[in-house]
Design a protein around this ligand. Structure first.
Ligand SMILES: [Zn+2]
Length: 485
């Protein structure tokens, strides 16, 4: 059976084909780097990571490009997100970009996401964006008004083909749009004139300004992958307007289909509610990784299909934690058995049919639009079989152990990234040590030995671990922003 994928562009599951034999060119919309990445980013980028990993596992040579948005992504208020970050932290916009780009990379590394091959930045591609806008004006797809340039949506009859929106509906929906200099409310900005106080500005044929958000992905995707490439991925919330506008710009420029396959990951809520600044319910990846090993966060993300929405709650992640332990326990037991030299006289067992079945079912699940939850269910069945084997034969022969170990390494490790890494073990041990110290402090308090209990609390604080005594006991959090010496 070969790989089928759900293509948002045609709203159905179809066989996956590549433009060039054996090679996949893949683009995923990256983050706007003005704050720490949150758990919603973990959902999107772990989903895309597993798609990448599986394509490579099947032998395809994947060139993976993910951009960094560091200019032009405006808030509803019209303020550039990067400038908002700069105002909040009273620093330069490009310093904000560096700070949060590094923070994002640290988070993605911690989550075991494979790094993209190329990570182009929008602010580093302004000349290319200006050239694209000039070409769109020449082609009759764009017009300039008062130093800003807009894409004329009526010039691209296929506008709306990705999101399924009709221009009439768009006119209804955007009537409240306050930008008065556009010809039509559904037209979108390719280039914006910079007001005098706007710091991020470049010279252009239309005066000083900055690029619109959508044009960066058009320009950088085609620069590194060609005008027509295989996969464009992103979050479902970016289908409209961002991805729709990317298609209009790109296809108006080149006359070619932009991306052949559009893959979109579902959104994430926290305890049933959409994350938002006003509700203050945003969970950063850094905070999630204090509570859970990275592989558990991956397990949580992969426990739903990538296109489905997912809800982040303590219960859900704890359930993923138990599942992860159930999955990886036998994998570790096999590794330990391989290391032990005891009793090599065990009769040779035939485990090959269980191995073949697991590999076949796992591949069938992943071939069905990267159905990771189903693939994980195959690994649960396998874990049951391995546990059964180990209880019958504590030390099976090396060949059997090695082939089981390889199943885990290939499927749970290489494809899903769920096998514990050294850093996971380290984080877990560190968390356990903190728990032990908290217990010792509480014991000292109960015995009214406040000198000892205060000393433990203060020493933990100097190490960046803050204890908080509440009605239901003592909790702790790490505060690495203000480490004291
Ligand atoms: Zn994009």
């Amino acid at each position: 059976m070969s790989l089928t994928v759900y293509n948002t562009l045609i709203r159905k599951k179809v066989p996956f084909t590549t433009i060039e034999s054996g090679r996949v060119r893949m683009y995923v919309c990256g983050p706007t780097v003005y704050d720490h990445a949150h758990i919603g980013h973990a959902k999107l980028y772990v989903s895309m990571d597993v798609i990448l990993r599986y394509l490579r596992y099947t032998g395809l040579d994947v060139l993976y490009v993910q951009n960094i948005t560091d200019v032009g992504h405006l808030l509803d208020s019209g303020e550039d997100r990067i400038m908002k970050g700069a105002r909040r932290e009273q620093t330069d916009p490009m310093q904000v970009v560096e700070r949060y780009m590094r923070s994002y990379m640290d988070d993605m590394d911690a989550l075991q996401n494979i790094r993209p091959d190329i990570m182009p930045r929008a602010a580093g591609h302004v000349p290319e964006q200006i050239a694209a806008v000039e070409q769109l004006i020449k082609n009759g797809n764009a017009y300039e008004i008062n130093g800003s340039v807009y894409f004329d949506v009526s010039s691209f009859p296929e506008y709306g083909k990705l999101s399924g929106r009709k221009i009439d509906e768009l006119q209804e929906g955007t009537r409240l749009d306050v930008s008065t200099d556009k010809r039509r409310p559904e037209d979108f900005a390719l280039w914006k004139r910079a007001d005098p106080e706007h710091i991020m500005r470049w010279s252009s044929p239309w005066g000083e300004g900055f690029p619109g958000w959508h044009i960066e992905c058009t320009v950088m995707a085609s620069k590194y992958l060609g005008a027509n490439f295989d996969i464009h991925g992103g979050g479902l919330e970016n289908v409209f307007p961002h991805n729709e506008c990317e298609i209009a710009q790109s296809e108006a420029l080149s006359g070619k289909t932009f991306a052949n396959f559009w893959l979109h990951a579902g959104s994430l809520t926290v305890s049933g509610v959409k994350m938002s600044k006003s509700l203050d319910n945003s969970v950063t990846i850094q905070n999630a990784l204090i509570d859970y090993p990275a592989e558990v966060i991956r397990m949580f993300v992969l426990s739903s299909h990538y296109r489905s929405p997912i809800d982040y709650s303590k219960e859900a992640v704890n359930a993923a934690y138990r599942g992860w332990q159930r999955l990886t326990g036998p994998a570790l037991a096999v590794q330990q058995a391989l290391l032990s030299t005891q009793d090599s006289n065990t009769p040779k067992v035939d485990f090959s049919s269980a191995i073949k079945l697991t590999r076949d079912e796992f591949t069938a699940a992943m071939n069905d639009d990267f159905n990771a939850p189903k693939a994980i269910a195959c690994l649960f069945d396998f874990a049951k079989n391995v546990n059964g084997l180990l209880s019958e034969y504590p030390r099976p022969d090396d060949t059997t152990l090695q082939s089981i170990d390889k199943v885990y390494n290939d499927l749970a490790g290489t494809v899903l990234g769920l096998l514990p890494s050294n850093s996971t073990t380290y984080v877990n041990h560190e968390n356990k040590l903190i728990e032990i110290l908290v217990e010792l402090r509480n014991a000292a308090r109960q015995q009214k030995d406040f000198a000892t209990s205060d000393s433990i609390r203060d020493k933990l604080a100097t190490a960046g671990v803050i204890l908080e005594d509440g009605l239901s006991g003592t909790t702790w959090k790490t505060d690495l922003s203000n480490p004291s010496d």
